[in-house]
Design a protein around this ligand. Structure first.
Ligand code: HEC
Length: 152
């Protein structure tokens, strides 16, 4: 074994596990974006457009909840977020990325970024009637029944 080969072997056995572990660490921008793709994008799509009749769009849509009582909390109590495998901190980071990508600056103005503690609290309060809560919040936000019915 020449020296270069020996170094390559050493690197692959010692550094790769470290690189793998880094994915669980808080929270480089790259990791957060990857977590969105891995844990959310399969359903909501990388661009947050959702799947007609199955999964709601996030892009251009989640801002509607932010200024309604309980709306900011609703967005992290949905099963896709609360029941995800992400740690509290990683889920908070993904949701903050969603706010940044999928809401307009005016919509998110004055809205506190999500924290790990927010996610932990949401996880202690499972939401059983998602559809009913969703409907009530959108109605409060001024979205008409007809539009809610075709929302996704
Ligand atoms: C298995 C598919 C699936 C996955 C994975 C998923 N979601 Fe969802 N998401 C849904 C569905 C369906 C809804 C509509 C509410 C419901 O029935 O749960 C929803 C609702 C939402 C909402 C509320 C928007 C609205 O108008 O109802 C947000 C915010 C959200 N998801 C974010 C995420 C994030 C962030 C992730 C990744 C951590 C994620 N979701 C993973 C399917 C999914």
């Amino acid at each position: 074994m020449d020296v270069r080969h020996a170094i390559a072997v050493l690197l692959s056995t010692t550094l790769l596990p470290v690189a793998g572990h880094a994915l669980e660490r808080p929270e480089s921008a790259t990791n957060v974006a990857q977590n969105y793709v891995l844990f959310c994008g399969g359903c909501h799509g990388d661009a947050g457009r959702g799947v007609p009749h199955k999964v709601p769009a996030l892009a251009g849509k989640i801002g509607r909840y932010l200024h309604v009582d309980g709306g900011r909390e609703f967005l992290i109590r949905v099963p896709g977020v609360a029941n995800s495998q992400l740690s509290d901190a990683a889920a908070a980071a993904v949701m903050n990325l969603c706010l940044e990508k999928f809401t307009a600056p005016a919509e998110r103005a004055g809205i506190a970024p999500y924290t790990a503690a927010d996610i932990a609290a949401a996880r202690r309060q499972p939401m059983l009637e998602v559809e009913r809560v969703r409907h009530a919040l959108l109605a409060q936000a001024g979205v008409g029944d007809a539009e809610i019915a075709v929302d996704y």
